[in-house]
Design a protein around this ligand. Sequence first.
Ligand code: D5M
Ligand code: FE
Ligand code: ZN
Length: 584
Amino acid sequence: MPLSTPSGLVTELARRGYNAEREAITLLANAADPALALDRAVEDAPDDALRITVAHVRAVLDTDKLSADAPTKPPSDESADAPPRESVTQDPPVSTGETDQTAEPKPNRPSQSAPVETEGSASADVEDTVSSTDTGETVPSTDIGDTGKAVPSSTSSDGDSSPPVSTDTTLSSEASQSSHTRNPTPAHITNDMTGASTGTGEYKQFVTTFKDRYERLSKLLRGRVNHRPAKAIQQMPGGSDAEMIGLVNDIRSTASGHWLVELEDTTGTFPCLVMKDKNIAELVDQMLKDECIAIQGTLADDAGILFADSIHFPDIPRTHRPSTADRHVQAALISDVHVGSQEFMADAWNRFTDWLHTPEADPVEYLLIAGDMVEGVGIYPNQDEELDIIDIYDQYERFAEYLKQVPGDMEIVMIPGNHDAVRLAEPQPGFDEELREIMSAHDAKITSNPSTVTVENVSVLMYHGVSLDEVIAELPADKASYDEPHKAMYQLLKKRHVAPQYGGHTRVAPEEKDYLVIEDVPDVFHTGHVHKLGWGKYHNVLAVNSGCWQAQTDFQKSVNIDPDAGYAPILDLDTLEMTVRKFS
Ligand code: D5M
Ligand code: FE
Ligand code: ZN
């Protein structure tokens, strides 16, 4: 088992008698030398430690010995990461749009004032619990302003304040069946690259992809800075003011604790120094390699480096006003069904689809599924021991059966995830003909990961979410964590890219266009993958991570993944308010 993979690391730690935090595993896997990092983390952990934590790993990575120089772009497929960044607690940053704390009037705002983005308290949410029904219990509902919400797993069974889950969940009488007919408008899909892949994996194709990324994201920053190409800045005299838009080529800490951020545009690279005692130093913690940013500052006397005064992310304009449906209609946003796994929660799924047939669910006309329809095969070591169905095609056959339980008059849109039978590298094309044929009963729309799906005027950016693991591992916990997955999504919105960092965990395929750029601001951003439920608004964009339908696997137990399973977030398309229904 190679020690560079998370599962290899988990196995090795288990062999040495340790459990580990999930973020710690991801950090180790992303280290320049994972095996060495693991050795050092184990060595440095206290004697009585049973679990390797993020703090243990950061402590050894921070010694610098393990950090590799960043590769020049495009890098090889091997991961080589900048030294991890420490979390700093400072005043709110000064540049535009770094936090979402300046609340503007929001169209869907509740009468009470909403707390700031960082205060979405999970337990408080549970006290908001509204009602339970025969078939599904609603957990936190109502509009959320800029607040985020996450459902702690403790609410799934015997949380103090949540009503017990009804066990009488089958539809016992015909009378509870709805006689209503839904009339969804066909979903409109953009950014689908299914059948349009031009990538052959050659070096020069990565250059094309990155050029496209730069061109489209730099446009979003041009209004805010007076960009000078790297080549021009190289010619400018010392002391001049200069502003540059570039992809982050490297982030390094200097011996004295300042940050050296190297930006690259189509003409070359230029080094920028962010002093540790400036407010903007906090923004370096939120930076990922290969994302597009702008830095404004003053050239040093020898003109060799730019002293940064402000840092800008492409971001979502605060003036963004989402579009809404002009009638009362809803969409169920789900993901990570994992049919074929022994842990697939068939009972919860059955309750969900039963509920869809009740009058209460009449307005739910759309079902958007953000990847991992099936458990797949060979995704992680020893997975076969937990498979209920071992053949991938049989898994899709079974999934198709479960999909048939969804009312036939609902419009369904699906994208693939990392467990699905399409290429792993992103963008992932939609399912091939053979799989479409298997899943054809429902005439679901099948599109690539990521894609933008517009239903009833509301644009929903659907992305499975593999990069969230990386964002969570790299960024400070208050900016991104498994317990509040929507905050990691805010970061992707801010970067206007669903998988900014190249060469790490998330595989990226070269294409003529960078399909992973978030060029148009969506009204809703829907992801899955981390198997945690959380949602919140970022500059009026609703970010929803939709949980899963798979109970905790042995593997997940070994890495402390505590999934939110059996929930269906229901989105009001006319108000963009969310209700979460619990079926587990
Ligand atoms: O991913 C479910 C969650 O589990 C997601 O946060 C990644 C994490 N996961 C899955 N496999 C691994 C391995 N091998 N190492 C570390 N973390 C992992 P899903 O896509 O459903 O498997
Ligand atoms: Fe999954
Ligand atoms: Zn996944």
